[in-house]
Each structure stands twice: as structure tokens, then as C-alpha cells.
Design a protein around this ligand. Structure first.
Ligand code: UD1
Ligand code: MG
Length: 449
């Protein structure tokens, strides 16, 4: 396959009005990645040599997302929505270049898999001029119907234009299409708009190809894979499909999950072997968990690396820039942000560590807070290896605690502590013997008066 060149045209001019959102449809996210991002990832994995993204007018944010994910993609604007074939022709310049395979995919169909795009390409390599993705549905209303004769695809009829007989067909058009580069433009240019919608239908390419005695084929797939997102409910369904796939891949890779249906992953989550994920854990984008680490229940992680054999949670929150070394421990109600914990360091309870570097084997007591923000700027806290921070201490950054130093409980530390020293910064304890009896006697007397 690699020797064949392939242009993928991604149609992303959809408005997303029915999502009731100001955001263009293809920028909505599932599994931490935009719909467009999922499509582009499948497209690039399927060996696309050229990518053209067709956007609507005033879609600068879509253009930016396309450029971020596929820097070499060409972007074209479809100024008027006049149908799927019209949208493909907005990218005429890219099609004219003359590649072997042209694939047309929809930006709002995020569950499309690399393997399926490769199947379409194989059909083109085997000399089909047009390859269509079909699926079967008991209630096919709304979809284009695939009309076959003697097992061969002869036409696609859009729902609105279909006869009663054609409407009874349950084999539907998934929408995505492969066109052989050699004949693609010739077919596209012959598509007209004489139909109920006065639109240029990409699906008409099939009938036109047949007129030229070219081969057209249908490849079947699941409805789930070609389901488009037009509403928030469909967005949630696409999320469910993606989560099922990601959980399954993690389990197949050796991750242990007792209740996988309660664990939410991002498309880019990387989980090592023998990682254990307890129920109810959420992974935002950018998380890597190395082998044998355990993520306990109700933890939320994003932009974090968890080292081999580390333990996180229950109820931990790892924010972007967190790096936990080997066998570190982050316990309940601990939040970390832009913080590095070297091997074996621990923060077991009720702590905030922000913009901090914690040396190997250091122990952060319950209730420790790094005061990293003064309302204007952020400052760093450096905690040396083997240091011991007593419970309920505030470390006012910028500040450094030396290696093996101790900080007494309840301290507010705002100047550096040398290595091996003890720092105590709190009120001195006063003992008044017999004070309670004297106090109560006084109160009783006052009450009687
Ligand atoms: C399309 C197919 C239909 C198929 C269905 C599967 C055509 C004519 N019909 O219908 O056979 O069963 O998908 O879901 O292809 N778009 C543009 N510009 C346009 C029109 C559409 O960019 O002018 C984009 C949309 O944003 C969307 C995609 O093309 O991502 C499909 O368009 P849509 O209007 O959803 O087509 P359907 O009516 O669903
Ligand atoms: Mg649609």
C-alpha cells in the first residue's frame, strides 16, 4: 500500500447548529480529542500522503486545529454549502495533483478506524473506481440507500429521492468514499444538482461511474463506525464507542481494571503493563502511566507522568506538569501541578504541591501547602532529598528546603532551610498547670451573681 499515493479530503464545513453550541461541530471533543483530531489521526495512520481539509467560512478555529494536528494539511474553504460533492470540489487543486487514491471522509464521523480506510484503499488498488462504505440498519430512514444488482453496487439513492421500493432497502451509505485518483475528477465534475435538495451529491459518483463501465464496490462495516455527530446526544454516543475501544485496548495490553466501564480514558493515554486502575478514575489528555503503578479510585489525572510502581489516590488530582518518579506515593486529597517527585518521595494526605521539586525519598506530611502564587506570579519550592516536612506546614515560595532537613509541624517557612537543619516557625507552646479548674470556678461564680 505504501507505494500508492493517497489524498484524503476531510469535509468539515458542518455548522453544528443542532449541538446548540457556539463552537464549530468538529471541534467538540470525545476522549480528550476533537472530532476532527480523531478523523485526522485515522487518516494519517492509514497512510495519507496528502490531506485536504474543507472548512466553512469563518472557521478560523477549525483551520488552527487542522494545522496543529496535520501541519502539512492544505485547507480549503467551501463558501456555500451546496452538497458533499461540491465540498470535495472546493479542494479541486488537491485532487488535480493526481494521486492514486482519493478518500473522502467526514469531520463529524470520529469513530472511523484506520483499518477501514485501508480496506477502502485496497479496493481501489484492486481496480475499483469507486469504493463505498455500507452498513445495515433495521430503520434506514434518513440515509442514502445502496442499490445493488447481482451483488454489484449500481447506485446510491438519497432518502428524499428514493422510491418506495428503494426506501425498503436496509443497506445504507456510510457516507465515506474511496475514488480512484485517475478518474476521480472526471466523475466529480459530472455530478449535477437535479435532486430534492438541489445539492451536488457525492453519492451520485457511483451511478456515473457505472455509466462509464467503471467498477464500483461496497464494503460493509458497523453502523457504529460511520455514525455522525449532529447532536449532543450523538456526541455522548460517540464518546461511549470510543471509551469502549480504549478500555478494550488497555485490557488487551495488560492493564488490570476491575470495573473498566467506570474508567474514562483519553485517546492519547499510555498505560504500561501490569498497571492497575481501580474503579472511577478519569484520565484527561497527556497521561503516561508506567508499568506496575496503581491508580486508586476517584482520581483525576491530566498532563502527568506516573513512574513505575508508583501509587496514586484514592481521591488524588494530578494536574499538568506532574512527574512522579519510581515508587512514589500520592495519597488521598493530594493535588499536584507542575511538580516533580523523585523516586520514593511521598505525599500521603491532604496536600497541595504546585511548582515544586521534591527530592528522592522526601516525606511530605499531611496538610502541607506550597504557597506558589502571590496573586501575580508563580514561584518554585525546592525540597531536598530525604527531607521531612511536618504536617500542616506552609512553604512560602520561592523557598528551598535542604537535603535531609526537617520542618516542624505547623510551620510557615518563608526562608531557606539548610541541609540537615530543623526549622520551626510557629507559636511557642505555653503550659499553665491547673488552669482549667481555676477557669471553671471563676465562670461558676460569675453565673451566680
Ligand atoms: C450523507 C450521504 C448519505 C449517507 C450519510 C451517512 C451524500 C449526498 N449523502 O448524507 O448517502 O447515508 O451521509 O451519514 O453524501 N458537508 C460539507 N459541505 C456540504 C455538505 C456537507 O462540508 O455542502 C459535510 C458535512 O459537514 C458532513 C458531511 O459533509 O460532515 C456529510 O454531510 P451531511 O449533510 O451530514 O450528509 P447526510 O445528509 O448525512
Ligand atoms: Mg450526516
Amino acid at each position: 500500500m505504501s507505494e500508492r499515493t493517497c489524498l484524503v479530503v476531510v469535509l468539515a464545513a458542518g455548522e453544528g447548529v443542532r449541538l446548540r453550541s457556539r463552537k464549530p461541530k468538529v471541534l467538540h471533543r470525545i476522549a480528550g480529542r476533537s472530532l476532527l483530531g480523531h478523523v485526522l489521526q485515522a487518516v494519517l495512520a492509514a497512510g495519507a500522503t496528502d490531506v485536504a481539509v474543507v472548512v466553512g467560512p469563518e472557521h478560523e478555529t477549525v483551520v488552527a486545529e487542522a494545522r496543529r494536528l496535520a501541519p502539512s494539511a492544505q485547507v480549503f474553504t467551501q463558501t456555500e454549502r451546496r452538497g458533499t460533492a461540491h465540498a470535495v470540489l472546493a479542494a479541486r487543486k488537491a485532487v488535480e495533483k493526481g494521486v492514486d487514491d482519493v478518500l473522502v471522509v467526514f469531520g463529524d464521523t470520529p469513530s472511523i478506524r484506520r483499518e477501514t480506510l485501508v480496506r477502502l484503499r485496497k479496493a481501489l488498488a484492486a481496480d475499483a473506481a469507486v469504493a463505498v462504505l455500507g452498513f445495515r440498519k433495521a430503520d434506514p430512514s434518513g440515509y442514502g440507500r445502496l442499490i445493488t444488482r447481482d451483488g454489484e453496487l449500481t447506485a446510491i439513492r438519497e432518502d428524499k429521492d428514493a422510491s418506495l421500493e428503494e426506501r425498503a432497502i436496509t443497506l445504507c451509505n456510510g457516507g465515506l468514499m474511496g475514488l480512484q485518483g485517475r478518474t476521480a475528477l472526471r466523475l466529480l465534475d459530472q455530478i449535477g444538482d437535479a435532486n430534492a435538495n438541489r445539492e451536488f451529491y457525492l453519492s451520485d459518483a457511483v451511478e456515473i461511474a457505472r455509466k462509464h463501465a467503471l467498477r464500483t464496490v461496497v464494503l460493509e462495516t458497523d453502523e457504529e463506525e460511520v455514525a455522525g455527530v449532529n447532536t449532543k446526544a450523538q456526541l455522548a454516543e460517540a464518546e461511549a464507542v470510543m471509551q469502549r475501544r480504549l478500555r478494550r485496548a488497555a485490557l488487551d495490553n495488560g492493564v488490570t481494571m476491575t470495573a473498566p466501564e467506570t474508567v474514562f480514558l483519553s485517546a492519547d493515554t499510555v498505560l504500561g503493563r501490569d498497571v492497575t486502575i481501580e474503579p472511577h478514575v478519569v484520565f484527561g489528555p497527556g497521561v503516561v502511566v508506567e508499568d506496575e503503578a496503581v491508580i486508586h479510585s476517584f482520581s483525576h489525572l491530566e498532563g502527568a507522568r506516573v513512574g513505575r510502581g508508583a501509587s496514586v489516590g484514592p481521591f488524588a488530582r494530578l494536574r499538568p506538569g506532574t512527574e512522579l518518579g519510581e515508587k512514589t506515593k500520592i495519597g488521598n486529597f493530594v493535588e499536584t501541578k507542575a511538580t516533580v517527585m523523585e523516586a520514593g518521595a511521598k505525599a500521603n494526605h491532604l496536600t497541595y504541591l504546585g511548582d515544586a521539586h521534591v527530592g528522592a525519598g522526601a516525606n511530605i506530611g499531611a496538610g502541607t501547602i506550597t504557597c506558589n502564587y502571590d496573586g501575580v506570579s508563580k514561584s518554585k519550592t525546592e525540597i531536598g532529598k530525604g527531607a521531612f516536612i511536618g504536617s500542616n506546614s506552609a512553604l512560602v515560595a520561592p523557598v528551598a528546603i535542604g537535603d535531609d532537613a526537617y520542618v516542624g509541624s505547623g510551620s510557615v517557612i518563608n526562608s531557606n532551610v539548610p541541609p540537615g537543619a530543623l526549622a520551626i516557625a510557629r507559636g511557642v507552646q505555653v503550659i499553665k498547670d491547673g488552669w482549667v479548674a481555676r477557669f471553671r470556678a471563676l465562670k461558676q461564680m460569675q453565673k451566680k451573681q
